[in-house]
Write a protein that binds this ligand. Structure first.
Ligand SMILES: [Zn+2]
Length: 62
């Protein structure tokens, strides 16, 4: 647990367990949810939407 604390881009929670994605961060919990949720789950749509937003922010910053 030597990581600094970041704010998750998706759920906005502060956490020291995260991965870097593009130029933002997502917490381990969201990462796990993304990989385990069914694609017809409404929450999956939300995560999908937030990931698209991250991509968009990243691409326009290039
Ligand atoms: Zn999160």
């Amino acid at each position: 647990m030597s990581h600094e604390t970041i704010t998750c881009y998706i759920c906005k929670k502060d956490t020291s367990e995260y991965i870097q994605l593009l130029d933002g961060y997502i917490c381990k919990e969201c990462e796990m949810n993304i990989s385990t949720l069914d694609h017809d789950d409404i929450k999956y749509e939300y995560y999908n939407y937030m990931l698209k937003k991250m991509w968009h922010k990243f691409l326009i910053s290039l």
